[in-house]
Design a protein around this ligand. Structure first.
Ligand code: ASP
Ligand code: MG
Length: 404
């Protein structure tokens, strides 16, 4: 284990010169006892501003140019933070994706990291200089600039931490850590001191927005220890632990929700081999995350097939469904954007039963109708009416005694 810590600062953490100054102090302090590598996001609002500029000229701008444009926010913050550090007498140097060979696939706006030149970064560290690296950016084999998807700086940081075998990857944000539920919905939600990687994976994929889901997957796959903490105060944050068994396993550790999903139901579809693949194959080929998937018991060889996808992907999914009509016969398709999902997550569910019935009872007593239920070993997800999501989260948070 090395003594290197990767520190990633999100958009709000570098959102103004004052915030950048505060971040420079954090880096200065950490660098007294550790080697530090820094990864930055764009200043908050900047990526959105750049996207709007492009959209002014075209609804679907050229993908290469779009990434070249929206990647620039990180270039600004890395250089600016470096200047701030240098003004405090700290040796630092900014690096873009191309300067550290952050190689990615060429799928613009959702590029995947292939490799990064860790020797380059190590050389900089050995010179006693803190590298300040642009998050979110990548570069293709042929030298085109790519981006890693919204929130992608988290993935940059975890990838570098993994490649360099860092002691830890600290994700600095504007919240104190991972909470039992979104404090905006549940004001007395509790900050967790630690959570297992498995739980974090489920929470992130089910809507907890603190870290990009892909970054958590990456950290899990390459066993990178991650801490989520605030750059606005000295709170201790939440450690995402790689250890499977942490203390007494909580039955429910956290509740996540999503309101940005849309539900498709294909009615009267033939219950024959290959149908699910014919529907979901093209959707996954388009790199769209399908979440809840339910197929009913068939009657007279016909069944209903339901799935949810992010609402932003509606135009593409509509087009795919139109297209598969030539291969798959079904009576009609029902599209419902008025849905939300609530998920209970906890490793304790594995060994203790009764979570589901307790949740269903609490929701029924509060007139929340459950449309779809789906479970994994450590997760219970319920699809409900979008307008009832906040209430359901509050009810469940109380039912499972998660408050402070
Ligand atoms: N600046 C990018 C975004 O806003 C990447 C990031 O912040 O992680 O999505
Ligand atoms: Mg972010």
């Amino acid at each position: 284990m090395s003594d290197i810590i990767v520190q990633k600062f999100g958009g709000t953490s570098v959102g103004s010169v004052e915030r950048i100054d505060a971040v420079a102090e954090i880096i200065k302090k950490t660098s007294r006892d550790n080697k530090v590598i820094v990864v930055v996001s764009a200043m908050s609002g900047e990526t959105n501003r750049l996207i709007d500029l492009a959209k002014h000229f075209s609804k679907s701008p050229d993908k290469r140019e779009f990434d070249a444009l929206i990647s620039t926010g990180e270039t600004v913050s890395s250089a600016l933070l470096t200047i701030a550090l240098q003004s405090k007498g700290i040796q630092a140097r900014s690096y873009s994706a191309s300067q550290i060979s952050m190689k990615t696939t060429s799928s613009f706006s959702k590029a995947k990291i292939l490799d990064v030149d860790e020797n380059k970064i190590k050389d900089v560290l050995d010179e006693g200089i803190i590298p300040i690296i642009t998050g979110f950016q990548g570069i293709t084999e042929s030298g085109d600039i790519t981006t890693l998807g919204r929130g992608g700086s988290d993935t940059t940081a975890v990838a570098i931490a993994s490649k360099i075998n860092a002691k830890r990857c600290d994700i600095y944000t504007d919240v104190d850590g991972i909470f039992t539920a979104d404090p905006k919905v549940v004001p007395n939600a509790k900050k967790l001191d630690s959570i297992t990687m498995e739980e974090m994976l489920e929470l992130a994929s089910q809507g907890a927005k603190v870290m990009q889901t892909r970054a958590v997957e990456f950290a899990n796959k390459y066993r990178v220890s991650v801490k989520v903490l605030s750059s606005f105060n000295e709170s201790s944050g939440t450690l995402i632990s790689l250890e499977e068994k942490s203390m007494e396993n909580a039955l429910v550790s956290g509740i996540a929700y999503q309101k940005d999903q849309i539900k498709y139901t294909l009615h009267g579809i033939g219950d024959i081999p290959g149908t699910a693949f014919k529907i979901l194959g093209p959707i996954s080929d388009a790199d769209i995350d399908v979440d809840v998937i339910v197929q009913n018991v068939s009657v007279d060889g016909k069944t209903d097939f339901t799935f949810t996808v992010p609402i932003d992907e509606k135009p593409i999914v509509d087009a795919i469904i139109e297209d598969i009509k030539k291969d798959v016969s079904f009576k009609d398709v029902m599209v419902d954007s008025n849905i939300g999902k609530v998920s209970l997550v906890g490793v304790g569910m594995r060994s203790q039963s009764g979570v589901a019935s307790k949740a269903f009872k609490a929701l029924s007593e509060n007139d929340v109708n459950i449309q779809i239920i789906c479970t994994s070993e450590i997760k219970l997800t319920m699809v409900i009416d979008k307008s009832l999501v906040d209430k359901a989260v509050q009810v469940l948070h109380k039912e499972f005694n998660l408050e402070e």
